[in-house]
Design a protein around this ligand. Structure first.
Ligand SMILES: Nc1nc2c(ncn2[C@@H]2O[C@H](COP(=O)(O)OP(=O)(O)OP(=O)(O)O)[C@@H](O)[C@H]2O)c(=O)[nH]1
Length: 925
């Protein structure tokens, strides 16, 4: 590189000369201009040929059109001539009818008869008679008509058809005008169509006044001779109209048309020119015959035609060629100038580089010496050549003498701890690839005495080849064993702390530095807030809070302190200052936007010198607890509402192991049901138990004890005596549970069932009463008999039955009717009832069969009862029936006898009485 630079500079010096640059540019300009000119000329020649061909085509077409028009005029006049030749007499109407369709752009068609001098007056009179008022033969003087003098013959204009002439010069003698007269003379001698030289037509607008008159002689029979000449059919046309009629207005201006009359040799009369002709070498001319005349038709291009291609392709080629040439020259100039600047820059940089190389060599020696002296080792490596250098300091660091370690990359590599080699190599390769600015690795090296020391190995590629590959790399090696040991100890302590923090997975622990940047974000915090620790390290914990809540807390704290607390950071500083801590509920926001309620303790972290070094936040998720609390409160409210509305009292009843009763909870219904205040029974239930009917109190208390003992549900109907409502029936139901302290707690419900009890009693009375007689029925008898037998068994007195059956009751029914029978039964019950003791119970077993249950009665006493009853029946007749008798049986209960056996025996006694003739008493065996 050093050898190439001067050569390039010489070349650039050659090119950098100003004159040479300009010479190159001028050459480009002139060369480009010459090429452009040649190309433009070639294009122009092609364009001219195209123009000429286009002109020839247009001019030829224009001449042909005019020739066709002139031929058309001749043909039309010929047709009119033949019309007259074939008709002896032509009226004005016939003339108009024939000529009208031919008129077109022709100014006028006229019939000019030959009138002899002596017929003049007669002719004029006839014309006037035919409607041509004031008709007279007249001469043309200038542009006006005057009466003609006497002549041998006249050729006056007679029938005329026109659409353009205001006033046809009727009666004008064609002989009075020299050009017309000459044409008449020519026609008379040639017997053919003659055309006048250019004449001035009167009665038309000025533009149409230049025209020619065509005359065709009409003869009376054949062959034509002057004697037979009848007159002429005449047509007059305007040269301007005729020449321009067939041309489209757009095309008219593109060409200039000239028409000259060249009938006479050596004489050329211009009779029509469309416009001024510009200078041009383009010209087309043709001589065409017209009647007895020769017209020269000439066409040249108009200025418009030539100006159509103002900016021709050739011009465009010339312009763009020149522009391109100039641009190319400019671009070359620019490129050369840029190249000059670049070469100058390269030369400048190369020089600077060389100077720096020298400086580097000097400084290299200095810093190598300095680094070695400072205890750092130095290495220098050329990867391409494989040259490797290890400084004395490097070897000394590992305990080796100068010659004990080879200066080779491999020797250095072998001393690196096998576990650290992959990482160190990867770091080195990364730097060599250019992926890192500096190579840096911390690894262990083998000391000569067999121990491992930690080193910091750093290096940098200081030179790369043109292909980008590293040419040279220099590095240092520093013994960091002591700092590494401290670092490892710190890392271990840090790791232990982190493990400790992370072990508290149910608690979020977040520590920050004094600026609020998060340093620790434990697993509990990750779980609680949904953020990964790596995401949160370095961020401020305010992201976990609601902006509105933070603002509100800051405002409240600010008010309390009487100073501004602008943000969460200021809040943390305030609440943790002077060893204070803050414990509050906060609403946190998780990563996914969901919220949670947490109890957060904020405190300051101090170092061993008691200097504040950061903040610590410990949060517990209390969302669930809050929900439960809210749910409980809601349920309490609901319970209160419900219990206030139910017609009874909900309660908790508690029995201590020492049988102390209390009602920890009673609903408001207790005021109505027991007429006591909930407060009065909360601690002691006596106030309520006193309300219980004395007859029921014992039963109630024993059922409570039984429920407590067996832990079975308690259910009891009982009466209370209330100050206001008096006697009321209540029903209580509750479920017991035993507490850890041995107390039993019932949860239950007591309701007023007084109404229910009354209905029950009524139903009960109905169910045990005979509907006809009003005495007890069989069901009651059986229940009562069982009870009385039970009582007798308890040795509480004897028991006897007296059964009676009405005699011949069927006959009573049959003889007196069923109602009379009913009356008998009622009367019997009345009489029997009167005779019975208070303790005796009369029951109807069915039909006409009755039984009297006599407690505390033996068989003799029963017999006496039966006798008394028999007498009561016998004493008086039943109204409407007469005497009614019954058969009686008596039986006393025997020890061990059941109800059925006793009933069977007494029934048998009645049967025996019946058998014995009825109306008598028998004692059961
Ligand atoms: N009017 C009325 N008749 C009843 C009633 N219950 C039963 N009877 C009738 O009482 C009659 C009883 O007839 P029986 O059992 O033959 O007895 P008896 O006619 O009294 O004959 P002995 O008992 O042998 O004297 C039947 O005809 C029953 O229809 C009742 O409540 N009212």
């Amino acid at each position: 590189m050093q050898s190439l630079a001067p050569e390039k500079l010489t070349l650039s010096a050659l090119l950098s000369g100003r004159p040479l640059v300009w010479l190159v540019c001028l050459l480009v300009v002139f060369g480009g201009a010459a090429l452009t000119l040649l190309l433009s000329q070639a294009v122009r020649s092609v364009e001219e040929n195209q123009l000429r061909a286009r002109f020839n085509l247009a001019a030829g077409e224009r001449i042909s059109r005019i020739q066709e028009r002139l031929d058309g005029q001749l043909k039309e006049l010929d047709a009119v001539q033949r019309f007259f030749n074939n008709s002896h007499e032509v009226t004005l109407g016939e003339f108009q009818g024939f000529v009208g369709p031919l008129l077109g752009d022709t100014l006028v068609y006229s019939w000019v008869p030959r009138i002899a001098g002596n017929e003049r007056e007669q002719f004029e009179a006839r014309a006037r008679e035919e409607g041509m008022a004031g008709f007279a033969i007249r001469d043309l003087k200038g542009d006006s008509l005057v009466t003609s003098p006497l002549r041998p013959e006249y050729f006056p204009v007679y029938y005329s058809v026109t659409s353009r002439i205001d006033q046809v010069p009727l009666g004008m003698d064609l002989n009075s005008n020299p050009p017309r007269r000459a044409a008449i003379a020519k026609a008379r001698s040639s017997h053919g169509v003659t055309v006048t030289e250019r004449v001035r037509v009167i009665g038309v607008v000025e533009r149409e006044a230049s025209g020619v008159v065509m005359l065709a002689p009409v003869y009376d029979g054949t062959p034509p001779s002057d004697e037979r000449l009848r007159g002429f059919v005449v047509s007059v046309f305007s040269l301007n109209l005729e020449m321009e009629a067939a041309i489209a207005p757009d095309n008219l201006a593109s060409l200039v048309m000239r028409v000259s009359d060249v009938s006479e040799d050596g004489h050329e009369q211009l009779i029509y020119q469309s416009a001024e002709a510009p200078e041009s070498d383009l010209l087309q001319r043709r001589v065409v015959p017209f009647g007895d005349r020769q017209y020269l038709l000439e066409v040249v291009p108009s200025a418009d035609f030539l100006a159509e291609d103002t900016l021709s392709t050739a011009d465009l080629v010339a312009i763009s060629g020149l522009v391109f040439t100039l641009l190319l020259a400019g671009y070359l100039l620019l490129m050369i100038n840029q190249r000059q600047s670049a070469l100058a820059l390269v030369a400048e940089r190369t020089e600077a580089l060389r100077e720096r190389e020298i400086e580097l060599q000097l400084s290299e020696e200095r810093w190598s010496f300095a680094l070695d002296g400072a205890g750092h080792g130095v290495w220098d490596w050329e990867p391409q050549s494989g040259r490797f250098f290890l400084s004395r300091g490097w070897k000394t660091m590992l305990g080796y003498a100068e010659d004990e370690v080879d200066d080779s990359f491999e020797a250095r590599g072998r001393l690196i701890h096998p576990q650290d080699q992959p990482l160190a190599r990867a770091e080195l390769e990364r730097h060599l690839r250019g992926a890192s600015a500096v190579y840096q690795s911390q690894h262990r090296m083998l000391h000569k005495d067999g121990r491992w020391i930690w080193v910091l190995d750093r290096g940098k590629v200081v030179e790369r080849g043109v292909d980008g590959l590293p040419q040279r790399m220099i590095g240092t090696q520093t013994d960091i064993s002591s700092s590494k040991a401290v670092e490892l100890q710190l890392a271990m302590a840090h790791g232990q702390l982190r493990s400790l923090l992370n072990a508290a997975t149910q608690v979020a622990i977040v520590s920050t530095d004094l600026r609020g940047a998060i340093l620790q974000f434990n697993v509990g915090a990750e779980r609680m807030f949904g953020y990964r620790a790596v995401e949160m390290i370095g961020r401020h914990p305010v992201v976990l809070h609601l902006e509105s809540e933070v603002a509100e807390r800051c405002r409240a704290l600010g008010q309390r302190l009487g100073k501004l607390v602008p943000d969460f950071q200021a809040y943390m500083e305030e609440v943790t200052a002077d060893d204070r801590f803050d414990e509050q509920e906060w609403t946190f926001q998780r990563r996914d936007g969901s919220r949670l309620t947490g109890s957060l303790i904020l405190t300051g972290v101090r170092d061993e010198r008691e200097v504040l070094v950061g903040y610590l936040g410990v949060a517990i998720d209390i969302t669930e607890r809050k929900h439960v609390q809210q749910a409980l409160e809601a349920r309490d409210r609901l319970l209160e509402k419900l219990s206030a509305r139910v017609p009874g009292v909900l309660y908790q009843f508690r029995m201590e192991p020492n049988e102390h009763f209390s009602f920890p909870y009673t609903s408001a219904g207790i005021l109505e049901v027991f007429e006591v205040d909930p407060e009065t029974v909360r601690e002691d239930a006596m106030g309520l138990l006193e309300r219980v009917h004395p007859d029921d109190l014992e039963r109630v208390q024993s059922s409570i004890r039984r429920s407590a003992e067996l832990l079975t549900p308690w259910r009891e109907d009982f009466r209370v005596l209330l100050p206001r409502q008096g006697l009321r029936w209540l029903r209580g139901e509750s479920v017991p549970e035993r507490g850890e302290d041995g107390a039993v707690l019932w949860h239950g419900y007591i309701t007023d069932i007084t109404g229910l009890k009354l209905v029950e009693q009524e139903l009960r009375a109905l169910s045990i009463t005979d509907a006809l007689t009003g005495v007890y029925n069989r069901r009651y008898f059986q229940e009562r008999l069982d009870l009385e037998i039970a009582r007798a068994e308890r040795r509480e007195g004897p028991l006897a039955l007296v059964m009676l059956d009405v005699d011949h009751f069927k006959q009573i029914n049959d003889c007196h009717g069923h109602e009379a029978g009913d009356r008998v039964l009622k009367a019997l019950c009345l009489r029997v009832g009167e005779r019975l003791r208070r303790i005796d119970v009369l029951c109807r077993l069915g039909g006409e069969e009755f039984v009297v249950l006599c407690p505390d009665t033996n068989v003799e006493q029963a017999f006496q009862v039966a006798q008394a009853l028999w007498q009561a029946l016998a004493k008086e007749n039943v109204a409407g029936v007469g005497r009614v008798t019954a058969s009686f049986g008596c039986a006393a209960w025997r020890d061990g006898e059941d109800a059925d056996d006793l009933l069977r025996r007494v029934d048998a006694a009645v049967y025996a009485a019946k058998q014995a003739g009825r109306n008598q008493i028998r004692i059961a065996e």
